[in-house]
Design a protein around this ligand. Sequence first.
Ligand SMILES: [Zn+2]
Length: 238
Amino acid sequence: MMKAASHIIMLGDIPVEVTRKKMKTLRLGVYPPDGRVRMSVPLKVSDETVRRVATERLAWIERQREKFAAVPPPAAVNFVDGEVHAFLGKPCRLLVRERNRAARVDACCEPAITITVRPGSTREQREAALLDWYRDRLSELIPPLIDRWRAVMNVSVDEWRIRRMKTRWGSCNIAARRVWFSLELARKPEPCLEYIVVHELTHLLERGHGARFKALMDGFLPDWRERRKLLNAAVNAG
Ligand SMILES: [Zn+2]
């Protein structure tokens, strides 16, 4: 049977692009700007072996990805008035209002993102105001999703948080029944947010990403694979 030249395997929440080539040894790399993981493997090596090798190198992969995450966004992104940023997968114009008072974030007036900062604000202050705005929006969007899905799955969630985590979309502490969501999800289409909520809550039923996890996901959210693709493909504007 012919195998596709290149395909994606998931290492936890990290997509790994696997390409089979006429070669003798397996090569693994993590690439800028966003820490994309690629593996070139000999034709005869099975996905199972690829997964095993990648899993053995997971700590290294995560370290490399953290390095890319630590690199600030391109200098062209200055969080200035009129700049386009993503919100729920759609381009949204940033309106920066200057007021002589503490920076705060105004209510959303679609389709713009309005932030208010002191005159002479720095790029970092404007970025922080935008991230606050994202956080507020996610704080409105996530609770109804958790409520809905914990009822469907019959699981309890003791705590949830939004965090800046650039190399992962979410995480689940099973013992503490605590789920974390990446602030970056605010930039992604809404179906992706629901996918991550369902994914992390499913970990309360199944720790790993094996067959049982996938079967549960198939039952809860039959199109989760498409949503995952959308999540990892969507342009990360801003
Ligand atoms: Zn997971």
